[in-house]
Design a protein around this ligand. Structure first.
Ligand SMILES: Nc1nc2c(c(=O)[nH]1)N[C@H]1C(S)=C(S)[C@@H](COP(=O)(O)O)O[C@H]1N2
Ligand SMILES: [Mo]
Length: 542
């Protein structure tokens, strides 16, 4: 077995079958504008709207929500890039088989018959671009992403409510199909570098502007909001129709990425046009809500952009210097929301045999201790799972005993926090059956799973579940994968499966199980090895 096998390739690799459908429409539109220009001449521009329309100017709430939106959008994009680089590949298929990605942002090409763990595959990202930057800082990136998204969505909801509560929606929502030819005429002018006369945006937008703003607010933003949770294992597990759309997690992730590209594209063009069409006056509209030409708005606007930059620097800094505090902040704010939205007693989702992935990425360090090695040589015949702690009936069970106690097989979708997924069939003992046998004492609140293996930074790997989730019908102590005994790579002799959680909760190479009152007494007290050392959130359902 050769470890860490990877071939260097090009640093960025994109499949034309995905790139072309995105690029061709843009090229066609621009080409059409040029053809029209040189053949019949540019289309006639719609009349510049009169400057008498209501509403006039931007009210304070609109200017404030516009600014807050910018702040959190930048935090979301930067933390999102960091999350992306933890598994720098995008796919349209749910199996994430190496070689099938449509976008690869790493030079590493992988041969599926060699071992290259998903963690090794994560890439460095400059802290200028990423929040918080560096390599495999997904724990902190997620805290910033989720904290930001709560504020971004709340701000967006306030904005939309006030938009329709006042007359401001009239600026944004087209009121006739005439907008399409009008927007085309303006586009053709821009595309051929004939800047059309600008209406005074204090009163009205031009047709193209209105169309684009409308699309950003009512298409791009909602799509970002729905594709985010489509990557959540709890959501998959909750809605039974989900498995009928295999592939959804990676499609959701890819679309989420395109939406980010869309926001960046919009941001660049939006800022460029605001600058080119009269920066000083425009900044007074945007910042002060007045239609004058003094420089105040520009200076204040620059100060606002400076504030966004400072907040981003602070966000990086807290993630590097106070990761534990950030983790606890997210636990206080994000966890209750996620628990409310996705943590309720969920039904379970299963897939079909034909859906099983040809390859499942692996993570974790195969145990190096002599105890596990000598068990492995003997095919785990002398393995004894130790179950102890706050139970009336502590036990030690051989693999054979575990197998005779019961077996459930489930075909499920694995979600790694890094972004990859895969479907496999798992066979094992429902944890509920073991819990019945050992009879936890009433004060036992959590179940801790200890591995024979070490975590990435040394020390024993472990994780925990609250008793309620340990009793979920899809929580298994698996000893089979895809109808064969568990392989060493995937956790022999025994591993955990908890299908409504992310992969890092599913301890492989289990040595012992302990029932405890409070996870604070274990390790560094955060609930698991990755929670302790990589600042992951302990509620791993999204
Ligand atoms: N002992 C141990 N178990 C572990 C890990 C680890 O590092 N050590 N990694 C976890 C993570 S992050 C994932 S995604 C899954 C991967 O399971 P697989 O290798 O069977 O795909 O194992 C989990 N169990
Ligand atoms: Mo993972």
């Amino acid at each position: 077995m050769s470890l860490h096998y990877a071939r260097p390739g090009k640093a960025i690799n994109i499949r034309y079958t995905t790139l072309l459908p995105v690029v061709i429409p843009v090229v066609l539109l621009v080409t059409a504008a040029y053809i029209q220009w040189v053949t019949v001449g540019l289309p006639e521009l719609p009349p510049v709207p009169e400057a008498v329309h209501e509403p006039q100017g931007f009210p304070a709430w609109l200017r404030i929500t516009h600014f807050i939106n910018l702040l959190f959008l930048v935090l979301l994009i930067r933390s999102g890039l960091q999350i992306l680089m933890d598994h720098p590949r995008l796919y349209w298929n749910v199996h994430c088989t190496p070689g099938t990605e449509w976008l690869r942002l790493t030079s590493v090409e992988i041969s599926p018959d060699h071992i290259w763990t998903a963690k090794e595959d994560s890439r460095y990202l400059s802290p200028w671009a990423g929040l918080p930057g560096y390599r495999h800082t997904i724990g902190m990136a997620r805290h910033w992403h989720f904290l930001s998204v709560l504020f971004w969505v709340a701000n967006g909801m306030i904005y939309v409510i006030l938009l329709f509560g006042t007359g401001e929606w009239r600026r944004l929502v087209p009121d006739s199909w005439q907008i399409l030819p009008d927007a085309w005429a303006i586009f053709a002018h821009y595309a051929t570098f004939h800047p059309p006369p600008e209406p005074d945006s204090f009163y009205r937008y031009n047709a193209l502007q209105q169309l684009v703003y409308f699309a950003v607010v009512f298409v791009l933003a909602p799509l970002a909001i729905v594709t985010g949770p489509s990557m959540s294992p709890a959501l998959t597990n909750r809605f039974r129709w989900y498995p009928r759309l295999p592939g959804n997690r990676q499609i959701g992730r890819s679309i989420h990425f395109f939406i980010m590209c869309g926001f960046i594209f919009f941001l660049v063009i939006h800022v460029a046009i605001v600058t080119l069409t009269g920066l000083v006056r425009n900044m007074n509209h945007i910042v002060l809500g007045v239609n004058t030409s003094e420089i105040t708005g520009t200076y204040l606007g620059m100060a606002g952009i400076g504030f966004v930059i400072v907040m981003n620097a602070l966000a990086n800094w807290t993630a590097w210097r106070y990761p534990r505090a950030l983790q606890h902040l997210a636990k206080g704010i994000v966890t209750p929301v996620m628990a409310f939205l996705l943590g309720r007693a969920a039904p379970y989702a299963e897939f079909h045999q034909k859906d099983i992935s040809p390859f499942l990425w692996a993570n974790g360090k195969v145990p190096a201790c002599n105890e596990w090695k000598s068990l492995a040589i003997d095919n785990f015949r002398s393995y004894r799972l130790k179950v102890y702690g706050l139970v009336n009936n502590p036990v030690e069970l051989s693999l054979e005993e575990l197998q005779t106690m019961g077996k459930k097989t489930q075909i499920t979708l694995h979600h790694c926090i890094q972004g990859w997924s895969g479907i496999a069939a798992w066979g094992g003992l429902p944890l509920a059956t073991l819990i019945q046998l050992v009879q936890p004492k009433p004060e036992a609140r959590a179940v801790v799973f200890y591995s024979f293996g070490e975590g990435a930074a040394g020390g024993r790997f472990y994780d925990s579940l609250p008793i309620e989730n340990a009793l979920h019908q899809q929580t298994l102590l698996a000893y089979e994968m895809n109808y064969s005994p568990l392989t060493i790579l995937h956790g022999a002799p025994l591993r955990l499966r908890v299908e409504n959680q992310l992969g890092f909760k599913m301890v492989k190479w289990i040595e012992a199980i302990e029932f405890v009152e409070d996870i604070k007494t274990i390790g560094k007290g955060e609930g698991g090895y990755n929670e302790d050392n990589e600042y992951f959130g302990e509620l791993a359902n999204i």
